[in-house]
Design a protein around this ligand. Structure first.
Ligand code: NAD
Length: 371
């Protein structure tokens, strides 16, 4: 199966996957196995790009979530998606008209899958239209904007979830289960290596206005988020060092490579790397008093592979986005509690940490983090 990095690298020239819960397995194999009579989350996707397309394809196998609408600035894409996913005209919007989703009783939620810097305004507009929102990572481009999104969704009494697909991934969840059960002992160290070599210099991911940064917003966030769910604590300080080998491609405010280090209240430390200039970097390593856990690859589309000091992890591969959408439907419609949070507050925590990393890299200071 193709990894996210392989996919992005191929695209960049032009446009550029606790012990697994039985509920999660059933949801992921839904169509193939059981009949489902429960509530279904009717979703409109905003932003019909490469990841939006991947989510739409994965949703074909969902039992609790269904793609029913689209929001796009490109009429030809809307036509294509209508034909492909059987979407009625009345569920199609563009970026000017999507506030009218307010009057559409057939759409429950909008999944925002557009460039990072657009998430803030788009999520707030969806919230004002009274619909639940799922927003891709990074939730926005700084913690202040992220908090405004959380506040707007609270005010509108709608749920805000962030597309943290790894929070439902079986091998990841097994390591979290082992750590929580004390099977690894006291956690001492985490290493998160996240990166790939990015292609086309003209893509929005390398445009500060649309991306809000560079590798950190896109891929470094996996190491940040991973450090938090693997260690099971929130970092209390960060130090960071930035290096740039190609200032022409990675302009001011667009980070190429940042190394960063966290300290945790229990005494554990973390060492992470975020880069747009190196391949083969998709590895999490957790060291603890009674053993270790490794995921490599750790955050690609899968199959995720891993081992612990007790042996290979054998949980089945699932299509991340299928499980994510079924589980998110359960959260929104039935108030289910995910093993690792995926709400707006979780998104804001990562953004606070990104703000602190950027400040630490710029000033050379050790920066305190209060989440
Ligand atoms: P993409 O470029 O393939 O698609 C972006 C879409 O947004 C396009 O359809 C584009 O037309 C549309 N768009 C609307 N307004 C735009 C504007 N002003 N400028 C540029 N495009 C505009 O990007 P993508 O890879 O689909 O990424 C979209 C979002 O999804 C990002 O926030 C990214 O971080 C996130 N993402 C998440 C994952 C994951 O595994 N969770 C993977 C890839 C991307």
């Amino acid at each position: 199966m193709q990894s996210r990095r392989d996919f992005l690298q191929k695209l960049t020239g032009s446009v550029i996957a606790l012990q697994i819960s039985p509920a999660i397995i059933a949801a992921s194999c839904s169509n193939a196995t059981s009949h489902y009579d429960g509530p279904v989350l009717r979703v409109a996707i905003m932003g019909l790009g490469s990841y939006g397309t991947r989510v739409a394809e994965a949703m074909k196998d969902c039992k609790k979530a269904k793609l029913v609408g689209v929001i796009s600035g490109t009429p030809s894409k809307i036509k294509d998606w209508q034909a492909k996913y059987n979407i009625p005209e009345k569920n199609c919007y563009n970026y000017e008209t999507f506030d009218q989703v307010k009057n559409n009783p057939d759409i429950d939620a909008v999944y925002v899958i557009t460039p990072n810097a657009l998430h803030h305004d788009q999520v707030i507009r969806v919230a004002k239209a009274g619909k639940h929102v799922i927003c891709e990572k990074p939730m926005s481009i700084n913690a202040k904007d992220g908090q405004e999104m959380v506040d707007a969704c609270k005010k509108a009494n709608v749920k805000l979830l962030v597309g943290y697909r790894m929070h439902f991934e079986p091998k990841t969840l097994e390591i979290i289960r082992m750590r929580k059960a004390g099977e690894l002992g006291k956690v001492l160290f985490f290493q998160g290596l996240c990166g790939f070599t990015i292609g086309d210099p003209k893509q929005w991911r390398l445009n500060k206005q649309l991306a809000g940064g560079g590798a950190m917003m896109d891929i470094g966030i996996y190491a940040i988020n991973g450090a938090r769910y693997m260690v099971g604590e929130e970092p209390i300080w960060v130090t960071a060092q930035e290096t740039k080998t190609n200032p022409e491609k990675f302009k001011e405010g667009v980070d190429e490579t940042i190394q960063f280090q966290f300290g945790f209240p229990g005494g554990a430390v973390a060492s992470c790397l975020s880069t747009y200039s190196m391949n083969n970097l998709d590895r999490f390593f957790l060291d603890a008093e009674k053993g270790y856990a490794e995921l490599y690859p750790s955050t690609g589309y899968g199959p995720i592979q891993g081992r612990t000091s007790k042996g290979e992890l054998t949980q089945p591969h699932v299509t991340h986005q299928t499980v994510q959408m079924d589980e998110m439907a359960g959260i929104i419609l039935e108030g289910k509690q995910p093993p690792v949070p995926v709400d707006g507050e979780e998104g804001v925590k990562d953004l606070k940490i990104i703000d602190a990393i950027f400040f630490a890299a710029k000033t050379g200071q050790k920066v305190d983090i209060k989440l």
